[in-house]
Design a protein around this ligand. Structure first.
Ligand code: DP6
Length: 326
């Protein structure tokens, strides 16, 4: 039987960072992390189960090499005895630009592939599955504000994301300031591994970040935006400390990124409740109240190539499914 399923997932932005693994094949993180799933941007992925041969198309192009291998390996985890499958995936935002494209890609793939494989997984099990494609994808299974608990089990069964607050429960905005939408020179998988293995700051990051993740989750529960922004900036700076002291250094920040950081800190000095973060790329994401988002976007717009004002988004969902032949 050939079956197809289409799923949609949104990317997420880490407020407290995942940076470094204690187990590479399973993507088990060194620390817990906290994120917000973004509305507005999405990945739509169709998995067709039971075709003549494996095929992967991403944004209209046939994927080959390591990208296609990573998708095939993921499908093998969903079902080691699977038939050949076709995967077609499209994202409506710049891929590989520090906007967390792998998070929505592997969350959508996990939801669609589990469904066509006939697996009946609850969101926690889907999160643990998505994690094996890309760590950050485990958080995009859920909408709103999310806590990825690092877990302790060697098989990773307890390393999964749990929702803290749904998207509609806290009306914040994320202003994405795009410094450069091109692909990054060093992927996050390599950047975090180099930081873990070579930076003398890495143990300090692990120690502090675990504490920051618990604190940030508490700030989300109590809707304490100033506390959350503080945890977010501290986690970002600790992650960047491991990058800049890695051998050789991992450098994503550009002068234009720092101009955005200066502008955000200037706005905060004027009384706005906002804060900045960056991931494995030069783009800056700003967390702020809904009422202040237009002012933030207006100040940042002239400094960068594009700004997007985004709301917290919903969970990964099945959009449609079809039985194509019997
Ligand atoms: C800086 O989830 O892309 O965005 O598990 O190797 O696929 P892999 O890494 P990935 O790393 C994301 C790193 C980050 C921080 C974060 O999202 O928490």
């Amino acid at each position: 039987m050939t079956r197809a399923c289409t799923a949609i997932a949104h990317p997420n932005i880490a407020l407290v960072k995942y940076w470094g693994k204690r187990d590479r094949p399973l993507n088990l993180p060194s620390t817990s992390s906290v994120s917000v799933t973004l509305g507005g941007f999405r990945t739509r992925t169709t998995v067709t189960w039971g075709v003549a041969q494996d095929g992967v198309r991403i944004d209209g192009r046939t994927a080959t090499g390591p990208v296609a291998d990573r998708v095939r390996r993921f499908l093998d985890r969903v079902d080691p005895k699977r038939p050949p499958c076709r995967v077609e995936s499209e994202s409506d935002f710049p891929v590989a630009a520090g906007l967390a494209s792998s998070s929505s890609a592997f969350a959508a793939l996990a939801v669609a592939a589990a469904r066509v494989a006939g697996l009946d997984l609850d969101p926690g099990a889907l999160s643990a599955l998505a994690r094996q494609g890309s760590g950050s994808a485990c958080r995009s299974i859920h909408g709103g504000f999310v806590h990825w608990q690092r877990g302790a089990a060697p098989d990773g069964s307890d390393s999964r994301a749990v929702p803290i607050l749904p998207a509609g429960a806290w009306d914040l905005r994320i202003v994405a300031a795009v410094v450069d939408a091109g692909p990054k020179a060093i992927g996050s998988t390599e950047g975090m591994e180099r930081s873990r293995l070579t930076s003398p700051c890495y143990p300090a990051f692990v120690r502090e970040n675990e504490r920051l993740a618990s604190w940030a989750a508490r700030c989300v529960e109590t809707r304490d935006l100033l506390g959350l922004v503080d945890a977010m900036e501290r986690s970002t700076l600790l992650m960047q400390a491991t990058m800049t002291t890695a051998v050789p250094p991992v450098r994503y920040v550009r002068p234009d990124s720092l101009a955005v950081v200066d502008a955000v800190e200037g706005l905060r000095a004027q009384g706005l409740t906002c804060g900045w973060t960056m991931d494995a790329g030069p783009n800056v994401k700003v967390l702020c109240t809904a009422s202040e988002a237009d002012r933030v976007a207006g100040i940042l717009g002239p400094l960068v190539s594009a700004v997007h004002v985004l709301t917290p988004g919903g969970p990964a969902v099945v959009e449609s499914e079809t039985a194509l032949s019997g």
